[in-house]
Design a protein around this ligand. Structure first.
Ligand SMILES: Cc1ncc(COP(=O)(O)O)c(C=O)c1O
Length: 420
């Protein structure tokens, strides 16, 4: 199988069932079917009507997620993108504001900033493939109001340094944990460091309801605003007296999503434990070799362990390494084997870099309140491009057997011995 997802996901090892190749989706079984069928049998799909027997599934999912991650509030929404937009709006980000995002993230991160009528400012990632704290600080201007650290491919950003810098400059922190549900940094769950944390439940994520997402926060005011924004009519369904009245949109989810999300949430810790064990086994069997450098993980214990990433000395070796690994039956992604622009790398974000600033009404770039002058170019983050161009990415499935893990490690060792 050729790799369709560039460095987001290498093809699975030979013995891994395909498709789907994503953790939560792979686990879908009788429980998910039963939970969805129950909703359909009851014929009550609207979250505010609840179950005939009591509390609705969406509400129950919100409560369980908040409890699981140790926060005050969780809000279920229809996507990770919606969670980001709701969090930004509720945090007071809007026209005239700059928001710093890493150069390596799904295009939805900067798109959410523009949807919130603010300006994304793109900063480098470092050898952890998460926001480089030095470049984050360097990119702060008098217009910066927020930062979105993205815990890419399940691994935590450097939250100690990012929080310290953000607090020093009085910036809001919205964590994009779309790809890192359940992961943590120094014993604290990702999404709970900043003002809000955002998750995706789309199919390729750690757990899934097909489409869906959630925002978490300890800030009751932010929560109420996000809740108001996520459903224009929420005050008519929900008698929360503290809810501000301002126009919202519709990011609401149905009870079908709630039912799926509840079952998948119950699978989260088991999925993480199996991926962590598999990753540890594979890594421990990869022989150290000059020229093969593992991605820096700020807290290996907290890593969701959805993948193994390492860097090679140059682009040419990386291309050949990826091909040779695939020939060995080891799914491996590089940014060179896709043939189309990668939606996770800033230089492919035409939606942002080439946004039609002169014609688009309501465009944040021409908003009279915006006094900054952001500039984009395809080569503006050379450090990010350098790391990504030398990256080999191997997905770690929870379904791998010990033999599968050993086969992946042997494949890497064989190709390393030939090419490095
Ligand atoms: C890092 C990142 N942020 C945001 C999102 C957006 O999530 P969704 O697709 O659920 O809108 C994704 C999803 O792929 C993602 O990977």
């Amino acid at each position: 199988m050729t790799d369709k997802l560039a460095i987001e996901g290498g093809a699975p090892a030979k013995t891994t069932p395909e498709p789907p190749m994503f953790p939560g989706a792979m686990e879908i079984s009788e429980e998910e079917k039963r939970a969805v069928c129950e909703v359909l049998e009851e014929k009550v799909l609207f979250r505010y009507h609840g179950r005939p027997s009591g509390k609705g599934r969406v509400e129950e999912f919100e409560e369980r997620l908040a409890e699981h991650l140790g926060v005050e509030h969780a809000l279920a929404v229809n996507s990770g993108t919606s969670a980001l937009i709701a969090a930004l709006v509720a945090a007071g980000i809007g026209p005239g504001d700059e928001v710093i995002v890493p150069a390596y993230t799904f295009v939805a991160t900067p798109a959410a900033v523009i949807a919130a009528k603010a300006i994304p400012v793109i900063a480098e990632v470092d050898d952890s493939l998460t926001l480089d704290p030095d470049d984050f600080e360097h990119k702060i201007t008098e217009h910066t109001r927020a930062v979105i650290p993205v815990h890419m491919r399940g691994a935590p950003s450097d939250m100690r340094r990012i929080m310290e810098i953000a607090r020093r400059y009085g910036l809001k922190v919205i964590e994009d944990s779309a790809q890192a549900v359940g992961a943590s940094y120094k014993g604290k769950r990702l999404g709970t460091f900043g003002d809000a944390g955002c998750f995706s439940l789309q199919m390729s994520k750690v757990i899934t309801s097909g489409e869906g997402g959630a925002m978490i926060t300890n800030d009751t005011d932010l929560y109420r605003k996000a809740r108001m924004y996520h459903d224009a009519a929420v005050r008519f369904w929900d008698q929360d007296s503290g809810m501000p009245a301002f126009p919202g949109v519709n990011f609401r989810v149905s009870e079908v999503t709630g039912a799926l999300a509840l079952v998948q949430l119950a699978r989260l810790e088991s999925l993480l434990a199996r991926m962590r064990a598999n990753k540890a086994r594979i890594k421990s069997r990869i022989e150290p070799r000059e020229g093969l450098q593992f991605r820096r993980i700020h807290d290996p214990e907290g890593d969701a362990a959805v993948c193994i990433v390492f860097y090679l000395p140059d682009i040419e070796t990386t291309k050949r390494f990826g091909e040779a690994l695939r020939a060995e039956g080891v799914g491996a992604g590089t940014i060179h084997n896709q043939g189309i622009p990668d939606r996770h790398i800033y230089n492919a974000w035409a939606e942002v870099l080439e946004y039609p600033r002169d014609v688009q009404k309501g465009c944040p770039f021409t908003c009279p309140m915006y006094k900054g002058k952001v500039n984009y170019s395809k080569d503006m983050c050379p450090q990010t491009l350098d790391y990504l161009s030398r990256t080999i990415h191997i997905n770690v499935s929870p379904l791998l057997t010990n033999d599968d893990c050993d086969a992946i490690a042997s494949g890497v060792n064989k190709v390393s011995a030939e090419l490095l």
